[in-house]
Design a protein around this ligand. Structure first.
Ligand code: MD3
Ligand code: FE
Length: 215
């Protein structure tokens, strides 16, 4: 039998506040999964995933690419947004309309109307890949939220407070989940634990996260 909210037999409200300013929309991307994955494939043909290097000289376990008018990059010189893909020298692929629409609609549903992302960082996690706790602060206007879309294998996401030492809370993010982070959650420390191996019916042994930002 279908549950009340159409998500994997778990009866829970479609909008869940997981912290002040952080709203989880469980399964919000599911209706568009095929269109999202087709658009993703086209982006990745033009701008393949690559493992970037941090300013400290470590190669990230998460592979990344971008679409939109600006893309987040890191190398020995630092973290920044830039309009061109350093691998090709060409502009990042345009943000697919289906990406933009999902991000803006989800933001509005979460209480952040008027969000117009110009950057989408695409993270690919394979088993063992993780993202250590950090803040997202390379953007100009922290009044703008960040929207994230999880696809593929589930991951344990952790988020805390404004200080690295604040206690962190864990939440499982699954295929189709969308989270909007704004207000007091915008500068919260957050990270992703090492991805557990598994097999997703559409994506295989990986997790993809789309992170939408207004640079
Ligand atoms: C909470 N990515 O790319 S997305 C990142 O799942 C990043 O790949 C994670 O953190 C991932 O920077 C998490 C969810 C997310 C994004 C930004 C946030 C959570 C956030 C900013 C503030 C607080
Ligand atoms: Fe982040």
């Amino acid at each position: 039998m279908q549950d009340l909210f159409g998500h994997a037999g778990i009866v829970e409200p479609p909008r869940q506040a997981i912290a002040e300013g952080a709203v989880l929309l469980r399964g919000r991307a599911l209706a568009e999964e095929a269109n999202l994955l087709a658009a993703l494939d086209a982006v990745v043909v033009a701008a393949p995933f690559r493992h970037m290097v941090t300013p400290g000289g470590f190669t990230m376990s998460v592979a990344m690419t971008n679409c939109g008018t600006a893309g987040w990059v890191t190398d020995r010189r630092g973290y920044r947004y830039q309009s061109g893909d350093p691998l090709s020298g060409k502009p990042w692929p345009a943000m697919p309309e289906i990406f933009f629409r999902l991000a803006t609609e989800a933001a509005a549903e979460a209480g952040f109307p008027g969000f117009a992302p110009d950057a989408c960082l695409i993270n690919r996690y394979e088993p063992g890949a993780k993202m250590s706790p950090h803040q997202d602060k390379d953007e100009r206007d922290f009044g703008q939220p960040i929207v994230s879309v999880s696809l593929g294998l589930p991951a344990t996401f952790q988020f805390g407070g404004l200080s690295r030492s604040d206690k962190m809370t864990k939440v499982a993010l699954e295929h189709g989940d969308v989270v909007a982070w704004g207000g007091p959650a915008r500068l919260a420390y957050h990270g992703v634990l090492a991805l557990k191996d598994g097999e997703h019916p559409l994506l295989g042994r990986k997790r993809i996260n789309l992170t939408f930002r207004r640079v």
